[in-house]
Design a binder for this molecule. Structure first.
Ligand SMILES: Cc1cc2nc3c(=O)[nH]c(=O)nc-3n(C[C@H](O)[C@H](O)[C@H](O)COP(=O)(O)OP(=O)(O)OC[C@H]3O[C@@H](n4cnc5c(N)ncnc54)[C@H](O)[C@@H]3O)c2cc1C
Length: 339
């Protein structure tokens, strides 16, 4: 009762990275709240799925295994969460800010009148004093995210309603195994008790999943370009440097909007979050929405023709110059020095 729950997304029988990241965060929140961490998986053919989940410090895994539960459709998964939460009364529920999480989260929170904060960038535990009502609420979930176009960072709370629900994008939290032999309980539920036959009204006839064209999220080096790169052709310089460094190419939203680079390479608040060892920002000014997706990089190099560009304040090294003059030199000297 009143535990922290994480809904684990599945691709086939593999738990999504974003869910493992949230289990890691959920474990920390549960420790602070002195309660248990519980996880939910719903899919088909889930024998052994606990091996993927329990090592993240999960005290109890709820398994819903039935042919109609994969691929994901809205109604059966919503019914599972709504009915399980009516029994278990969690204080917190976390899920990925993915296509599935964005569909499932609002349905569940609306049915339970609980409230939901989407796309949180940080989750913390803290108190809140309602001075007007003279009430102090203890151990609330601070659901922290940029608001008003990123101009402020808002801390959102649900003092009265439970569960406190939040979605988080992939890559925002770090995933970390707690103990490979962590002893958690596994409960296999009778799916028919939670899902009605009519919930299976939508049948997925054909499903096409496109493979990611790059590995930006896991790349140790990212060469990212902004509007200052100037053109799609100039972006080729970034690809050339990336090839030499065995890096991946990322982009700011302005560069994506200008058509210099594909959307799936966008880094930032509404794109990917990356944590490479080295981030080379080329012609990127460093607005807060971009920084949100790369500020945890180990070393940041900024190449910019404006020495006062905001990104320079968080960069470890600043190269003052244009992308067109600096990148060809970097490629040339890197090649020379690694011969
Ligand atoms: C709700 C919301 C969400 C957003 N989400 C994102 C997001 O996920 N990711 C994101 O990136 N942005 C996001 N943005 C947009 C963000 O506010 C900025 O507009 C964007 O990051 C700016 O991109 P930029 O730095 O490439 O362009 P600019 O701000 O135009 O900066 C270009 C930089 O290039 C430099 N420059 C110009 N010419 C050269 C040259 N030849 N060589 C070297 N340097 C040069 C300039 O000095 C400047 O510093 C979001 C905005 C909103 C409102």
């Amino acid at each position: 009762m009143n535990n922290v729950f994480v809904y684990c997304e599945l691709e086939g029988t593999t738990v999504a990275d974003v869910s493992l990241e949230l289990l890691t965060k959920g474990r920390k929140l549960a420790n602070q709240l002195n309660c248990q961490l519980e996880a939910i998986v719903a899919g088909k053919g889930l024998d052994g799925v606990e091996k993927q989940v329990l090592p993240y410090g999960v005290d109890k895994l709820h398994i819903f295994d039935a042919p109609g539960l994969f691929p994901y459709t809205s109604l059966p998964h919503s019914s599972i969460l709504i009915n399980l939460f009516k029994e278990e009364k969690p204080q917190i529920c976390l899920m990925g800010a993915t296509v599935i999480g964005r569909d499932l989260g609002p349905r569940v929170s609306s049915a339970l009148t609980s409230g939901l904060t989407a796309d949180c960038t940080s989750l913390e535990i803290g108190n809140h004093e309602d001075k007007k009502a003279g009430i102090t609420y203890e151990n609330l979930l601070y659901q922290i995210r940029p608001a008003f176009g990123g101009n402020i960072v808002a801390t959102i709370i649900n003092p009265e309603h439970r569960p406190q629900m939040a979605t988080v994008r992939e890559g925002v939290m770090k995933k970390e195994i707690l103990d490979t032999h962590y002893k958690g309980k596994v409960e296999k539920h009778d799916v028919a008790k939670y899902v009605q036959e009519t919930d299976y009204v939508v049948k997925v006839i054909d499903r096409h999943v496109e493979k990611a064209k790059h590995n930006l999220k896991g790349a140790p080096i990212v060469v990212a370009g902004g509007y200052g790169v100037g053109s799609k052709e100039n972006f080729d310089l970034l690809f050339d440097l990336a090839k030499e460094l065995h890096a991946e190419v990322g982009a700011s939203r302005a560069a994506v909007d200008a058509g210099f680079c594909d959307h799936d390479r966008q880094i930032g608040q509404t794109g990917l979050t990356v944590r490479p060892k080295l981030y080379i920002a080329c012609g990127i000014s460093g607005q807060i929405q971009h920084i949100a997706g790369m500020q945890d990089a180990g070393i940041i190099i900024s190449i910019n023709n404006d020495e006062n560009a905001p990104i320079n304040t968080i960069a470890d090294y600043v190269i003052n110059g244009t992308v067109e003059e600096v990148l060809p030199k970097m490629i040339k000297y890197y090649k020379q020095n690694t011969k």
